[in-house]
Design a protein around this ligand. Sequence first.
Ligand code: MRU
Length: 365
Amino acid sequence: MKIGGRHYRSVWVEPDGWSVGIIDQTKLPHEFALLRLAGAEDCARAIKTMQTRGAPLIGAVAAYGLCMALRADSSDAALDRAHAMLLAQRPTAVNLRWALDAVRDAVRNRPRGERVAAAYAKAKDICDDDAATCEAIGEHGLRLFEQAWAKKGRRGKLDVLTHCNAGWLATVDWGTALAPIYKAHDAGIPIHVWVDETRPRNQGAALTAWELGQHGVDHTVVVDNAGGHLMQHGMVDLCIVGTDRVTANGDVCNKIGTYLKALAANDNGVPFYVGLPHSTIDWTLDDGMKIPIEERGAEEVTEIAGRAPDGTLTRVRVPPQGSAAANYGFDVTPARLVTALITERGVCPATRAGLRALYDSHPKR
Ligand code: MRU
């Protein structure tokens, strides 16, 4: 995607040919800062601290982390150590495991002298595949947006609600939930996006709003609790979100608060769509309640980060000292509340049969 007229992906190999560049997402939207990651530990830290984030993107960055670990030591033991270390950084998004397994499988049976090159080739494949996959999600989603726009009589704007950030900052390019929004905007459908702020880390207010602004898409940031009210008043034509893990039966795990939006959408007859790439499907699970839910530090709940009037980036505390805080990162939306899944292979019902019909020829993990 373009920032200030220049095309960026969310991760790239630096001119040295081995280290990796990312956008430091903890500084957005106030500063556009780039970071160079020069080892597996750097990649792990960037994933843990969410300098880089979003299910597909953490997989891609971890894949390069494994490449850099192999550069330092190409033995089986080092490969397994780095795989385990990177995997431990975030538990919920299955893309992390998918990407690490893909790199490990690509090098495992090769002589040590070939492993580094094979790992970098696989990491590049993962990135190219993610960009193409997300663009295809955008194309399939566009058809649904065209139908919704026609249903609305092509009057006013198509009002879309999204939660968290499932845009190009969360993937290598395009995004999942935001890809159809960009495609629809580019196709001339007048789109307006309600952006949930997405407490506690505010990925909606900070990242989605910034991305949409860069692309010229009309948007309004709302507090997380506003969605139900908007839907009751006919102000949302459709909801679309990304996901960190979809089970084989279509349960959808995504950023905390997604489930409440799906309930409100169901109650108000608003379509609730989920955009996802193949790397987000966990074929080993049949029940969303079995997905491990990340719990993060209480300070993300008790403090809010932002820019102070003097221009400095700062954090302020909200609750009284001593109040306990809990920080569950994700929740699960049962398949029955999902209108359809939008994948790179097409649109399907959120059911085992629906997913199988699209992916039967795909190698299962
Ligand atoms: O904790 P985050 O910011 O990594 O969570 C991101 C999300 O929940 C996204 O909606 C999800 O990863 C889909 S990304 C295309």
